[in-house]
Design a protein around this ligand. Structure first.
Ligand SMILES: CCC1=C(C)/C(=C/C2=NC(=C\c3[nH]c(/C=C4\NC(=O)[C@H](C)[C@H]4CC)c(C)c3CCC(=O)O)/C(CCC(=O)O)=C2C)NC1=O
Length: 169
C-alpha cells in the first residue's frame, strides 16, 4: 500500500534520481493540502453512520425496485450486506483521501470486486449511484466543517466509480 510520498520515492528511486522540480511541486501540494485532507477525514468520521444510512435511504428512494422482491438488496441479509458495502466504500475513500493516493482502493477494495459482484448478481449501476450519493453528502459535511473548496473530496469516489463501472464520468 502506497501514499503520495512513498509513491514518489519509489518512482525516483527506480531511476536513482534526486527529487526534481516536478517532484518538489507535488510534495508541496501534498503537504499544503494535508490539513484539509485530515480535516475532511475527521468530518467524515464523526458522521459516517449518518452518511451511510442517509445515502442508502436516498438510493432506495431513487431505485425502490432494489428492495422489492427480486431486487438484489431484498431480504434483511442482503440489505445489510449492501449497507456494509457502502460503509466499506466510505471508509476506504477516507483512507485514500488522507494518503493522497488511490493505491489503497486498488489493493483493498477494487481488486476482484467486479467479478464478485457479477457472480452474485449485485448490480453495478446502482452501487455506483450509491457511491456518488455518498460523495455529495460527504462534500456537504466537509463544507459544513469549514472547508470552502471541497473538490479534492471527489477523487476517491470518482475513482471507485470509474474502476467499478469502467465508464467515464
Ligand atoms: C473492503 C472491501 C470489500 C468489499 C467492497 C466487499 C464487497 C462485497 N459485497 C458482497 C455482497 C453484497 N453486496 C451487496 C450490495 C448491494 N446490493 C444492491 O442491490 C445495492 C446496489 C448494493 C448496495 C449499494 C449485496 C446485496 C450483497 C450480498 C449478495 C448476496 O449474497 O446475494 C460480497 C460477497 C460476500 C459477502 O456477502 O460478504 C463482497 C465481497 N467485500 C469486501 O471485503
Amino acid at each position: 500500500m502506497q501514499d503520495a510520498v512513498t509513491n514518489l520515492i519509489k518512482n525516483y528511486d527506480i531511476s536513482g534520481r534526486y527529487f526534481d522540480r516536478n517532484a518538489v511541486d507535488s510534495l508541496k501540494s501534498y503537504f499544503e493540502s494535508g490539513t484539509q485532507r485530515v480535516q475532511a477525514a475527521a468530518a467524515i468520521n464523526s458522521n459516517a453512520a449518518f452518511i451511510v444510512k442517509e445515502s442508502a435511504v436516498k438510493l432506495f428512494e431513487d431505485q425502490p425496485e432494489l428492495i422489492r422482491p427480486g431486487g438484489n438488496a431484498y431480504t434483511t441479509r442482503r440489505y445489510a450486506a449492501c449497507l456494509r458495502d457502502m460503509d466499506y466504500y466510505l471508509r476506504y475513500a477516507t483512507y485514500a483521501l488522507v494518503a493522497g493516493s488511490m493505491d489503497v482502493l486498488d489493493e483493498r477494495v477494487l481488486q476482484g470486486l467486479r467479478e464478485t459482484y457479477n457472480s452474485l448478481g449485485v448490480p453495478i449501476a446502482p452501487t455506483v449511484a450509491g457511491i456518488q450519493i455518498m460523495k455529495d453528502m460527504v462534500k456537504e459535511q466537509v463544507a459544513a466543517s469549514g472547508i470552502s473548496d471541497t473538490s479534492f473530496v471527489d477523487e476517491p469516489f470518482d475513482y471507485m466509480t470509474r474502476e467499478l463501472s469502467e465508464i467515464d464520468i
